[in-house]
Design a protein around this ligand. Structure first.
Ligand code: CU
Length: 135
């Protein structure tokens, strides 16, 4: 009788270990999947949180992107600092889109349904400016 109880105890322990292992495995899998999913059209590269990138036109790469009407554009923050994708200019926002503060490796998407030229900037770093041209 005592033997039976301990066997049951061992099976339960094994079952718990397997369950916990399965849980942690699926968490790992989720983490691995997140990064490659982002297929960015525009990136914010490293070190753009200090002035200078505007001189080489590399605050957002590319700083000018042309897309068809109806297309969704995705930005990815590849820097270690916060950035934003905010429509308009620093002293004249248009309030069409605003990513808010984007964490490192966070992405933001916006679908352009009207043709036109869309200027945008970073609310944290006014020298960061770029354009989306929608045809
Ligand atoms: Cu910025």
């Amino acid at each position: 009788m005592l033997k039976k109880v301990s066997i049951a105890g061992v099976s339960i322990t094994i079952a718990i270990v397997v369950f916990v292992a399965a849980l942690s495995y699926s968490e790992d899998e989720t983490e691995i999947e997140i990064e490659p999913i982002v297929n960015a059209d525009v990136i914010m590269p490293t070190k753009v949180s200090r002035p200078g990138c505007e001189e080489t036109d590399r605050c957002y790469i590319p700083s000018e992107i042309t897309v068809e009407k109806g297309r969704t554009v995705t930005w990815l923050n590849e820097d270690s600092a916060f950035h934003s994708v905010t429509s308009g200019f620093y002293d004249a926002p248009t309030e069409l889109f605003d990513s808010g503060h984007m964490d490192p490796f966070e992405s933001f998407s916006y679908t352009f349904s009207e043709s036109g030229v869309y200027d945008y900037y970073c609310t944290l770093h006014p020298w960061m400016e770029a354009q989306v041209i929608v045809e």
